[in-house]
Design a protein around this ligand. Sequence first.
Ligand code: PLP
Length: 397
Amino acid sequence: PTTLSEKAKKVKSSSTLAITAKAKELKAKGEDVVSFGAGEPDFPTPENICEAAIQAIENGATRYTPASGTNELKKAISKKFYAFNKLDYKPNQIVVSNGGKHSLTNIFEAILNEGDEVIIPAPYWLSYPEIVRLAGGVPVFVRCTREQDYKLTIDQLAAAVTDKTKALVLNTPNNPTGMIYGEEELRAIGNFAVEHDFFIVADEMYENLFYGEEEHVSIASLSKEIYKKTITCSGVSKSYAMTGWRIGYTGSTPDIAALMSSIQSHQTSNPCSISQAAAVEALNGPQYTVAEMHRAFDKRRKFIYKRVNEMPLVSAVEPKGAFYLFVDCSQVVGKEYKGKTIENAADMAAILIEDFKVAVVPCGDFGFDDHIRLSYATSTGEITKGLERIESFLNLL
Ligand code: PLP
């Protein structure tokens, strides 16, 4: 019978992409929409990186590469892991994929058997549960409250672990909260994983984006035992403004790397040869453009954090990394607008886009339906204008 896959039908489409698409549609109609939806830097890919891609085409790097990536790129990643993350992953422990999302897909396909549990601290990046389910796993959510800076505690981890636990997803710097796990927190979580024998999937996609006193620490760097249990995932999308190029990568034990490489060889073959050449330049070339982007994000971060906390009915914890502000709207929920009760962040986001021409991401799909996410990967002028609109809405409640 021509019935469709039950597994596929259960996948929710990405609400962040839907909100950015809606904002783009309104903009295309000539509407003056401010979007806080972006999950990507608003800067262009640095010129030296684009140049390297053009060179690659001219040099004929337009054919298949090894499925798990070119040697040149794996060496560049290995060098970066060593210098930046204090991690020793040899090229045979590295798999390059079509973006971080694809790296995560490979990880879960390589480690999960049907029914294995994966602990996902909430709030979480909305793709984790879907990727886990598609690989046959069962997401186990643990709610991390504002009082604990939205970070997982050992007591919570101890309560969530069962004999079916296969992995924990740990995302630092965090999307959507902007929080960063410190060394001691990571050590405690890492030791717990070693003791209870499960994997840590360390998503460090925003590893370059930390501010103020905070530093990014890679959990796998904390001990040999933790290293063996961890699969570290990163990529060039956010750090180098290369979201469209689709290059992500993992560092893991050689066994896991071989499994992922084999899976990928049948599903997608190698990631784009030209993008790989560009990623080599991103990692090996001059880093001043990264520093410039970082300075701009930090300035906007301070501004948006201060400004939102001056508004009525909403507030946020200071973000320490990535480029998002996670805004608590629990006091907006229950208020009336145009004779209707605002039930959750999705209602609020719908009003903001329709009546105030501001796109924000409601975080129901991130596990917190009374919070919204504001991306500050947009100019200060746009941020100022957008926040004025949000404030004029809040003043009506
Ligand atoms: N991990 C997190 C936490 C993200 O926010 C994203 C992108 O939004 C990714 C992974 C995936 O990145 P990529 O665009 O390289 O697939």
